[in-house]
Design a protein around this ligand. Structure first.
Ligand SMILES: [Zn+2]
Length: 147
């Protein structure tokens, strides 16, 4: 017996039901590679999504001189030094003993894989973007696949 129009319809609906979650999963996995790059809004006052799942270490410096010897930016009171490769990411936060807690959260968001546009206070308040190089070196979708 030939397929009736009704059974064709149900096949299309079935493909739609299976295909839609697969497409959503793929888009979710690759949204950093294609389309609009993700942003983290209000990164200056809340944690961003942890894209790196880095192994994080904090080094507190009593003296500004030892801090500034390790941080690349000459005037910073804290910095996050990150590295990533083959499914691993590491982040070392160096901070001056006297810095405010908000600065620690700022550095934590760097450890989570995010960056601000430049080193001005205004850019800290604008949406942050993913550090794509680190994220790819970390193994891109790896984090999401394990989630
Ligand atoms: Zn920063």
């Amino acid at each position: 017996m030939r397929d009736s129009p009704k059974s064709w319809m149900s096949q299309i609906v079935l493909i739609g039901l299976i295909g839609l979650p697969v497409a959503v999963a793929l888009l979710g996995n690759f949204r950093v590679l294609g389309g609009d790059p993700p942003i983290c809004e209000e990164a200056h006052q809340r944690p961003c999504e942890d894209l790196l799942q880095a192994d994080i270490r904090v080094v507190v410096h009593e003296e500004l001189s030892t801090l500034r010897a390790v941080c690349p930016h000459p005037e910073s009171d804290a910095c996050a030094l990150r590295s990533a490769s083959w499914g691993e990411a590491h982040c070392v936060i160096h901070q001056w003993a006297a810095v405010a807690e908000a600065i620690y959260e700022h550095e934590m968001n760097h450890c989570r894989g995010w960056d601000h546009d430049d080193d001005t206070a205004e850019s800290y308040h604008r949406p942050w973007h993913v550090n794509r190089g680190l994220w790819l070196a970390r193994g891109a979708g790896l984090y999401r696949a394990q989630k």
